[in-house]
Design a protein around this ligand. Structure first.
Ligand SMILES: Cc1ncc(COP(=O)(O)O)c(C=O)c1O
Length: 361
């Protein structure tokens, strides 16, 4: 299924000078481009009214379902411009599929993969001048869907809108690649058994804000969540999956449990690691095993991964008063090699043998 996107260009876009100043030092998620993609859904018309319009406020009825019951899902992916000025988006079909799964869990409209990719392509095409080209820089794309039906009552909405907005992005954690400090969260969970942990819905992130703020007060960058049932196995960070490198040759990551988000970076790393001849294990990793591996010296590297930060080394875990690992541990060999390869594929510096990059122009 495809739709024709009607284009209404922004009458007052950023000037070339303003854009150049922003692109010279892109932050993360604070500046948005001149346009957005929109598609509406109703039961009668299905997906309709596809359009590119000036970026700006969305008008909603105060009783719109999203404002009361949180029917909202989103995605995150990046467009890169290579040295020849060609633009590519990394694995948009995987994001489209994950959005469909999230929509199913939250009883929202099913957006066909083709429409998702079309909306992304249309927006990136219009905004290609907004893609920064510095090391690791990209245009971060944020597709999201909201329930727009005006009603109060607990049932799935009947009308939805899907949007894609874009923001020039630099390094997620700011500045140079440095090991991050992780707080082991024992009081709060972001997801529960049978909950929405494996869906990418706004509510999960709302639940993660309090632990994130408390962790930051203790000097940590991110929160590590433990399995919500037994509190003894590591799951993921608030916005990233986690990998351990054991004995320098085995890559271990928590198995998908239903409360972990299946990261597209995670799945890409699993593929690349297997091809590199690393042993790959998707399994349960308890915090006790983590501690023992660290104490015995077998835990050679730990890193976090996700679209925003790509691959970031983890220095130490802070579990109450206990510090596991070293906060200054430099990024390890496997971490750096995988990061370089993945970023290389994304930016076009390394051959894309998996067909992961969708060319826009
Ligand atoms: C909770 C959570 N886990 C993991 C990830 C990593 O997923 P991806 O690699 O698809 O960005 C994200 C980011 O989207 C996330 O929000």
């Amino acid at each position: 299924m495809s739709l024709t996107f009607e284009r209404t260009l922004n009458p007052a876009p950023a000037t070339a000078e303003e854009r150049a100043a922003i692109l010279a030092k892109p932050a993360f998620g604070s500046v948005f481009t001149d346009h957005m993609a929109v598609i509406d859904y109703s039961e009668e018309k299905g997906w309709h009214s596809a359009r590119i319009v000036p970026y700006g406020p969305i008008q909603l009825d105060p009783s719109a379902c999203v404002l009361h019951y949180g029917q909202e899902i989103f995605e995150g992916l990046k467009a890169y411009k290579n040295a020849n000025g060609e633009v590519g988006v990394f694995r948009p079909e995987a994001n489209a599929e994950r959005l469909r799964k999230s929509a199913d869990r939250l009883m929202m409209a099913d957006l066909p993969e083709e429409l998702f990719i079309q909306a992304v392509k249309e927006l990136v095409e219009v905004e290609s001048e907004w893609i920064p080209t510095g090391d690791g820089e990209s245009l971060y794309l944020r597709p999201f869907m909201i329930a727009t039906e005006a009603f109060l009552g607990i049932r799935p909405a009947k009308t939805f809108s899907f949007y894609v907005i874009a923001s020039p992005a630099g390094n997620y954690f700011g500045g140079e690649l440095r090991p991050v400090k992780i707080w082991v969260e024992r009081a709060y969970a972001r997801a529960g058994r049978g909950g929405t942990g494996s869906a990418k819905c706004g509510g999960n992130y709302a639940a993660s804000l309090k632990p994130q703020v408390l962790a930051a007060e203790k000097g940590c960058d991110q929160v590590l969540y433990l399995d919500p049932l037994n509190d003894n196995a590591i799951e993921e960070l608030g916005g990233m999956n986690v990998f351990l490198v054991v004995d320098g040759n085995t890559l271990v990551t928590p198995a998908l449990s239903g409360s972990i988000l299946e990261g597209i970076t995670r799945s890409s790393i699993l593929t690349l690691a297997r091809e590199r001849g690393l042993t790959v294990e998707e399994r349960k990793v308890t915090i006790d095993e983590y501690r023992e591996l660290a104490a015995s010296g077998r835990l050679s590297e730990v890193f976090a991964c996700g679209t925003a930060a790509v691959i970031t080394p983890i220095g130490a875990l802070y579990d109450g008063d206990e510090v596991i690992g070293s906060p200054d541990a430099p990024a390890g060999e496997v971490t750096l090699a995988l990061r370089e390869q993945l970023l290389g594929i994304q930016t076009g510096a390394v051959e894309d043998t998996h067909g992961w990059v969708t060319r826009i122009k």
